[in-house]
Design a protein around this ligand. Sequence first.
Ligand code: B12
Length: 473
Amino acid sequence: MVNPNLMKPPVAPIGLDYLHSALRKAGYDVRLLDLGFSREVDKEIQHAVDDDYLFIGISLRNIDDSYFASQDFCLQKSQEIINKIKDLSDCPIVLGGVGFSIFPLQVMQYCNADFGIYGDSELALYTLARAFHEKTVYTSIPGLFYKDKHNYKFNPAEYLDLDKMSLAQRDLVDNVLYFQKGAMVGFEAKRGCDRQCIYCADPVAKGQKIRFRDPRDVAMELKGLLKHGITHFHTADSEFNVPEEHAKAVCRAIIGQHLGDNIQWYAYCVPGPFSEELANLMRRAGCVGIDFTVDSGNDSQLQRLGHLHRVNDISKLTRLCHRYGFSFMFNLLLGGPGETRQTIRETLELMKDLEPPRVGISLGVRLYPDTPLGKMVKKQGAIRNNPHLQGTIDENSNMLRPIFYLSHELGDEIESYIGDLIKGDSRFFFVSKGQTHQNYNYNDNSQLMVAIKNGYRGAFWDILRRLSENSLP
Ligand code: B12
């Protein structure tokens, strides 16, 4: 299994740990080539790759950095890695991962791959391994993309009963090294999201049907990682509090294992539902920071984006977070359909009134073909003629390369308009094009790398907060 993610700070490829549990249970040995820390990528590939494998699996987490100011199309680097592997080995190449699952067919074509597995892959991958091993038919494996002569064929995915599986082992990836160099390690409590946010790729990649893990298995996983000295974690669910009941059950299981005082973790959450009971349980379970998908401070804009929360929920939540002592960030997504300078002004004024510890601003909405927004844009006709689109416009009708929706109504120089509204307020993370050095993009972020080397741990935004407040690690 290969992790070709070269972004820095490094983020642990936790999917490979989960796949390892399943492959090992089925009797297969897995070797990991983790290029996340690699200084000499070519040499390491040369050293590790030969014909001696049943297959070579490649985990594609990021297609690009989804960041309007930088627009790094990192799939190109992964493709170069895949080509080097192909030069050295005739083993079948199998692609997978969340980035792959957003664009499975487009990525298969771009990388000229033999096989790919979309979505949950624990069962599908070992079934494919067995088919390679026993030279039997693989064409009916759920979620499989494969080449049939010159065409790609695929089978619909089958969602797993995660609550009946144990994923707690976490022993393929060097998680201790990721903790030292990446400040935290991820864990997943469930997969999928049933929300209808018009721009979000998570329901596409992970499915709309939510599959829950057994909360006890999640707690055992954290306990096992803690035994190795890993103390800081980040959820890898789409949104931890959707739905609340499972989030509460996970917190209770963590509290039940007496982990709350020994670990610190961070979560992605939506602003509603977010009850006081959940805040209390999360805090007792060791959650110290929350990154909220706030997106806008204007109710009509929230409705247009397909959100269920409203400004009132955001205000209530702020009070709750202060009361329970969370560090938190409100993430904004500006520039979507219907956005105007007025809705942006209202949003930023709300942020100034509420005074959350951090506000992350993304200007420009990354488009994905199978989301409601992607479909709407496709219906509007040729990309080239659409005044709302920016990024890679030519030869990008499949949207694989970075392409962004930025409401035409905002006019020119919208970046300086936002820059003026937040001037002098260091709580706002906002980067305009060409200014990627002062950066809350977690792609090649040297400020974070230095801080982590100096002992800072936790979510990247919270490390940046502590740095700007001159707080110690
Ligand atoms: C948590 C998270 C973060 C956290 C990570 C914390 C941590 N230490 O783990 C933080 C905040 C740091 C983060 C940062 C970034 N993230 Co992020 N992140 C996520 C999130 C929510 C979970 C990722 C995850 O670990 N999932 C859990 C694992 C188990 O799932 P998995 O990797 O998909 O693996 C499963 C399958 O895909 C498959 N699989 C995996 N590998 C392989 C390999 C083979 C061969 C096969 C067959 C199958 C397979 O099997 C696994 C089990 O079934 C995803 C969205 C999502 N819901 O997945 C976004 C997501 C991956 N992030 C994204 C982005 C853009 C980023 C950043 C680039 C943002 C930025 N500009 O700063 C950075 C990149 C950081 C880096 N170094 O890579 C995008 C990528 C989209 C794109 N266009 O490429 C996503 C998809 C969110 C989105 N919808 O936009 N992220």
